[in-house]
Ligand binder design. Structure first.
Ligand code: T4K
Length: 399
């Protein structure tokens, strides 16, 4: 980072600090040789999909890792959420946070279930159980908690609420693969949990996901629904869809599993490097991970407090993008501000003050095995430089 004047910032026409784009969500790729060997096995077997041997092996290994009875791998987490909601018999209204990826409410609305958005705890970014009871109506059938950034929801409080009101409880654990809550791996909580293994997740199967549950009957139902409702060769017993994971994806999953510890170690190392590089910066808060738990550290999340930082999140994002650092603003502007929910519930923001505040100040920085320590040091220095010169930059940007 060798900018000596704000005019040298790429935003004002200088050369970008990075020649190559630095993305959030750059995939981790494990041992290519082992992956390719598996693909060759797959071709030799001529078994490419439909509950193949790699998919079964991946399910067994994940169930063992998470300490849960059933793991059902899927084509992606969105379809896995849809199938799980349907298998649980959710209908009417389901309460979930608006501060999540749009797939969470879409998976409900897609099947005619109304998502009812609940506000979050500003410290944890997760759904605030204290605000749920007010949202329960005679039409409510379930709660969908989201372990945002892999940090567990208030699972005990959500379970107590679900029990008290006879609601189903499922978790969108898309971010939480490998993470623990009170020392127990996520995957066993609520009625079922859903993971994403999308390419942008630290553990990926290209596209993919999984449902985990300790409920035998639910697992059986989900298994059927994942395969068009088949229960035997010519016997369809219920409506189903196609949620199957291909063998190529499962092969990637097995290879990712072998490299999982290494991915987490790199993410942890990157997280510590960012913590060090951004320490003491006024107006910047790096969200923390509880070091007593297992975390996957796959998201490096900042909150930018405009009045202390000297400039707002959005200007910072534009400046970083110009330098080829493609930071993201997950989950701006909040699901309730996206269609169709914005039209359905135009006043939802009134009961989501914490969500609305957070979506305006949050951003994610690049991490994973594609980012080196030197790059992280440079990114932090650049952020320090931008904040140190915030007034001048705002002036030049006409803000
Ligand atoms: N629930 C939650 C809480 C979720 O966060 C998600 C997904 C889901 C449910 C649904 O899971 P899936 O059905 O996807 O399994 C990305 C991911 O596509 C999405 O999976 C993820 N959450 C979400 C948070 O992020 P976009 O729209 O930001 O993707 P995109 O194409 O902009 O890519 C993100 C960045 O990653 C880009 O800067 C480029 C980089 N990238 C991406 C891909 C695919 C690469 O460098 N290489 C790649 O191969 O949603």
């Amino acid at each position: 980072m060798d900018k000596t004047s704000t005019k040298e910032l790429a935003f004002f026409g200088g050369p970008p600090a990075f020649g190559e784009l630095l993305h959030v969500g750059r995939p981790n790729i494990g041992d290519r040789g082992r992956f390719i060997a598996r693909i060759n096995d797959m071709f030799d077997r001529r078994w490419l999909s439909n509950d193949g041997p790699f998919a079964q092996e991946l399910e067994q290994k994940i169930a063992m890792l998470l300490g849960v009875k059933h793991c059902l791998v899927m084509c992606n987490a969105t379809v896995a959420l849809e199938i799980t909601a349907r298998a649980l018999g959710l209908q009417g209204e389901v309460i979930l946070p608006s501060f999540t990826f749009i797939a969470s409410p879409h998976s409900l609305q897609w099947q005619g279930i109304t998502p009812v958005f609940c506000d979050i705890d500003p410290l944890t970014h997760n759904i605030d159980p204290a605000r749920i009871e007010n949202l329960i109506t005679p039409r409510t059938t379930g709660i969908l908690g989201v372990h945002v950034w892999g940090r567990a929801c208030e699972i005990e409080n959500l379970s107590a609420l679900a029990q008290k009101h006879h609601l189903k409880l499922m978790f969108d654990a898309a971010h939480a693969f490998g993470c623990t809550h009170h020392g127990q791996r996520m995957g066993r909580f609520g009625d079922a949990e859903v993971f994403s293994f999308h390419a942008t997740k630290f553990f990926n199967t290209f596209e993919g996901g999984a449902v985990t549950t300790n409920d035998d009957a639910l697992a059986e139902k989900i298994r059927g629904m994942r395969n068009f409702g088949f229960a035997g060769l010519d016997n369809v017993t219920s409506i189903g869809t196609n949620g199957k994971m291909s063998e190529a994806s499962a092969a990637m999953g097995l290879s990712s599993l072998e490299s999982m510890d290494e991915f987490i170690e790199t993410n942890h190392h990157n997280y510590l490097a960012y913590s060090k590089g951004l320490a003491g910066l006024s107006g910047i808060r790096l969200i923390n991970y509880d070091e007593k738990e297992k975390n996957n550290y796959q998201y490096i999340v900042l909150e930018v407090e405009e009045k202390d930082a000297g400039l707002g999140r959005d200007l910072l994002v534009k400046i970083l993008h110009a330098e080829n650092i493609l930071v993201r603003r997950y989950f701006y502007p909040g699901c309730h501000q996206m269609e169709p929910y914005r039209s359905y519930f135009p006043n939802a923001g009134l009961v989501l003050p914490e969500t609305e505040k957070l979506t305006l100040k949050v951003l994610q920085l690049p991490t994973g095995t594609a980012v080196g320590e030197k790059e992280i040091v440079d990114i932090c220095q650049l952020i320090r430089y931008i904040l140190a010169n915030a007034a001048e930059i705002r002036d030049q940007a006409g803000q």
